[in-house]
Write a protein that binds this ligand. Structure first.
Ligand code: ZN
Length: 356
């Protein structure tokens, strides 16, 4: 047994499904899953139902989060076709603006380049703009942001071409950051999954895509799960929605990768703590931490704390287990049991502004 304590970890990309998708996940179940996965802070995406695109919907979302969260949290707001000026006034209460530019589901997709530009110019310069963009869309948004002179964050980079393009842009000095999701790092098209369950956006890549992500580890600023829970009934149904639960399994998978020499503990801590804290201006508490047994071996079970009740990683052998999580001095998870009550998590923007 080798127990190691890491600082409080942040997942900068989750979907908590509340309001509107409570049968898939709620703040109470999703943050229980986060704690079981060693995560102390989650940043939630705005494509709930209704979507978080104005003050009233943000009020509702933050009230639900404050009432249900067992770990600390922040919320993104969504870029719509005509809300650029109004949504920018809410920047102090949000962790970032999310722009859906690529293929995705829901009503937040933005197709009009002049709308992209309006949002890039309206959102405060020191705030995060997180974009879902792939392929030619990715190239266009990077060029556009660079020409305006503002930073953007690229969500869930999955393909060899995309990570290669980001690497070149970064080398040129373009101000961009990016994240990679565990399912793109540990699964690919050859993974044996039923077709509906394999649905995710961006899609699982080829083994070459997966290799390219690992080869460009230095280009990847954050690991983020894109925890997107759906029920098994939905995934195995006629019209399977894209997305995987992931918040519970990311850290064990990454710890396993350290044993394979793919990365080291510092690589994990920088991408799940230091970079997220810097990029999003998050509060840091010395008494928020996670203890892991880096030697414990086990098989990922078929389900865990997430209400979705399944995982695409079921049955994978991992080495590295989350033993205890503390949030601001209180033990929140211990040896398989969630201790923190719903509603004990704190909004990282509760003061209404970024950490200086
Ligand atoms: Zn997402």
């Amino acid at each position: 047994m080798t127990t190691i304590r890491l600082p409080g970890l942040v997942d900068v990309h989750v979907h908590m499904r509340q309001p509107g998708g409570e049968h898939k996940e709620t703040w109470a179940t999703g943050t229980a899953a986060a704690l079981a996965g060693g995560i102390g802070t989650v940043l939630a995406m705005p494509n709930t139902s209704p979507a978080i695109v104005d003050e009233a919907s943000l009020d509702v979302a933050l009230r639900l989060a404050a009432g249900g969260a067992r770990c600390d949290f922040g919320h993104y707001v969504g870029a719509g076709p005509d809300n650029a000026e109004a949504i920018a006034t809410l920047a102090g209460r949000a962790v970032g603006l999310k722009m859906y530019l690529g293929q995705t589901f829901g009503d937040l997709r933005l197709d009009d380049i002049s709308t992209w530009e309006t949002h890039l110019e309206a959102w405060p310069e020191d705030g995060v703009i997180a974009v879902h963009a792939e392929g030619s869309t990715l190239k266009t948004i990077i060029e556009l942001a660079d020409s305006i002179g503002r930073s953007i964050h690229i969500c869930h980079v999955a393909g060899a071409d995309d990570i290669g393009h980001i690497a070149v842009a970064k080398e040129r000095g373009v101000d961009i950051t990016c994240e990679a999701a565990p399912h793109h790092l540990f699964l690919d098209r050859t993974t044996d999954l039923p077709p509906g369950r394999a649905e995710v956006r961006p899609r699982l890549g080829t083994p070459e895509d997966r290799r390219a992500l690992w080869e460009h580890l230095d280009v990847i600023d954050c690991f983020a799960t894109d925890h997107a829970p759906h029920t098994l009934e939905e995934k195995d149904g006629d019209d399977p929605p894209p997305g995987f639960p992931g918040v519970e399994t990311m850290l064990p998978l990454l710890l396993t990768a350290t044993h394979r020499g793919l990365l080291d503990l510092d690589d994990i801590v920088s991408r799940l703590h230091h970079r997220p804290v810097d990029m999003f201006g998050l509060p840091v508490d010395e008494d928020s931490w996670v203890e892991v047994d880096v030697d414990a071996s086990y098989e990922i079970p078929t389900s865990g704390q997430s209400r979705s009740g399944w995982t695409p990683f079921a049955g994978m052998s991992v080495r590295g287990r989350v033993d205890r999580v503390a949030i601001r001095g209180e033990v929140a998870y211990e040896h398989g049991g969630v201790v923190a009550a719903a509603g004990t998590g704190r909004d990282v923007r509760r003061e209404g502004s970024r950490r200086p």
